[in-house]
Ligand binder design. Structure first.
Ligand SMILES: Cc1ncc(COP(=O)(O)O)c(C=O)c1O
Length: 365
C-alpha cells in the first residue's frame, strides 16, 4: 500500500522531541491560549514576515473570522473560486454574505484574474483567492484589482504554507491570510488548528483576538459576541517543532514533484510552477482525460489517489440557492473531470514514485 500521506513516518523522525514537549505541557497544567500559542504566533509572524499572527481552532475558522472582522455580512458579496474545498465558501455563507464565483485558470487551478472585474458590483466587499494545491494565486493582479475597487482581500492559504511569489510568502499579501494545520497540510498538527496572519496592516489584531475568545479581552467583559475558536497549547508545541523543519519538508515535496514530472510529462498534464512562484505541493495533481482509468489501475496496485475536487462548488446542492447550472464555469467543470492527486509527502521513496509513474503512464498510454 502507498497512502496519500504517511504521517507515521514523519512522526518517527521527531518522536522524542514531541513526547518531551507534550509531557512538559501536560505537567504545566496550561492547555489553551498559553505561552506556547503566543510563542508559536510570534514565530509564524517572523517566518512569514507579516505584521501579526493569531492562532484559531481551524482553517475554516480562520476564514470565517477574517470575513467577519472585515465587517462583511448580509447584503454583501465576496468573490471567490468554485474549485476549492467547501470550507472556503462556508466562511462567506456563515456571515450572511453571498459568494460570487469566478472561473479558474486551467493551469494553476486558481481564480482567473482576467474574469474578476466583470463580477464586481456595488455590493462586492472582498476577493477571496485560494492558493490551491500549494501554488500561489496571482496575488499581484488580485491586489491591483482590489486596490482599484477598494475591496478587502482574504487569502485562503490552507494548502500553501511556505509558498511564495517573488520571495514574499503567501499570507502576507491580503488583509488577512488563513492557514489550516489539519494533519495532512504541509505544516500539520495532531488535531485541528488554524492561524490568521495579518498582511501589512495589523490593525484588526485585537478584534480577531477578541472574536476567537467569545468577544472577550479575557476579563469576562464582552464588548461583542464572538466565538470559541482557540488554539491549544499541545498543538502549538507540536507545530513549533515542525515549523523548524518546514523548509526541509517543502524542499523534499518539491524534489518528489520534480521527479514525478520528469517521469510523467509526456503522458499526462503535470502541475506547473509560474515564473517567480514557489510551489509547495500540498498536492501533486495531474490532469488526464483517462483520469478514471488511471485511478482504477492505481487502486488495483494498492496505491491511493484522490480526486480533489469531483464537483465544483457552484454545482453543490448546498449552494443551489445561488441558481447556477452546468456550463457556468467551464474551466472548473473540466478540471473536476480530469484532475487526480497522487501520493506526495516528504518521506515518499523515490522507488515508490517510479512505481506510481509507471502505472500512470501505462494507464494513460
Ligand atoms: C483550501 C482549503 N480551505 C480551507 C480549509 C479548511 O481548513 P480546516 O480543515 O483546518 O478547517 C481547507 C482544509 O482542508 C482547505 O483545503
Amino acid at each position: 500500500m502507498i497512502p496519500m500521506v504517511d504521517l507515521g513516518k514523519q512522526f518517527a523522525g521527531i518522536r522524542e522531541e514531541i513526547m518531551e514537549m507534550m509531557c512538559r505541557i501536560l505537567e504545566s497544567s496550561h492547555y489553551i491560549l498559553g505561552p506556547n500559542v503566543r510563542e508559536f504566533e510570534k514565530k509564524i509572524a517572523d517566518y512569514l514576515k507579516v505584521a501579526g499572527a493569531i492562532g484559531v481552532a481551524s482553517g475554516t475558522d480562520a476564514l470565517h473570522l477574517s470575513v467577519e472582522v472585515l465587517g462583511i455580512g448580509e447584503g454583501d458579496e465576496v468573490i471567490t473560486t468554485p474549485f476549492t474545498f467547501f470550507a472556503t465558501v462556508e466562511a462567506i455563507v456563515y456571515t450572511g454574505a453571498q459568494p460570487v464565483f469566478v472561473d479558474i485558470d486551467e493551469k494553476t487551478f486558481a481564480i482567473d484574474c482576467r474574469k474578476i472585474e466583470e463580477k464586481i458590483t456595488r455590493k462586492t466587499k472582498a476577493i477571496l483567492p485560494v492558493h490551491l494545491f500549494g501554488h500561489p494565486a496571482d496575488m499581484k493582479t488580485v491586489m491591483k484589482i482590489a486596490g482599484k475597487h477598494r475591496l478587502s482581500v482574504v487569502e485562503d492559504c490552507a494548502q500553501a504554507f511556505g509558498a511564495e511569489i517573488e520571495g514574499q510568502k503567501v499570507g502576507g499579501f491580503g488583509n488577512t491570510g488563513c492557514f489550516s494545520f489539519y494533519p495532512s497540510k504541509n505544516l500539520g498538527a495532531y488535531g485541528d488548528g488554524g492561524m490568521i496572519t495579518l498582511g501589512r496592516d495589523g490593525s484588526v489584531s485585537d478584534e480577531i483576538r477578541e472574536l476567537r475568545n467569545h468577544g472577550s479581552k479575557g476579563s469576562y467583559i464582552h464588548d461583542s459576541v464572538g466565538f470559541n475558536s482557540r488554539l491549544d497549547e499541545i498543538q502549538a508545541g507540536i507545530l513549533q517543532i515542525k515549523l523548524k523543519r518546514i523548509d526541509e519538508y517543502n524542499r523534499k515535496r518539491r524534489e518528489k514533484a520534480e521527479l514525478y514530472s520528469s517521469l510523467l510529462s509526456d503522458a499526462v498534464t503535470c502541475p506547473i510552477e509560474k515564473e517567480g512562484c514557489y510551489h509547495v505541493y500540498n498536492q501533486y495533481t495531474i490532469r488526464s482525460r483517462k483520469r478514471d482509468e488511471i485511478q482504477r489501475r492505481l487502486k488495483e496496485e494498492g496505491i491511493s489517489s484522490v480526486v480533489y475536487y469531483p464537483r465544483p462548488l457552484h454545482l453543490q446542492k448546498a449552494l443551489s440557492y445561488l441558481g447556477h447550472r452546468e456550463g457556468d464555469f467551464p474551466a472548473a467543470e473540466e478540471a473536476a473531470k480530469e484532475v487526480l492527486s497522487l501520493p506526495i509527502y516528504p518521506e515518499l521513496e523515490e522507488s515508490d514514485i517510479k512505481r506510481i509513474a509507471g502505472i500512470v503512464r501505462k494507464a494513460a498510454g
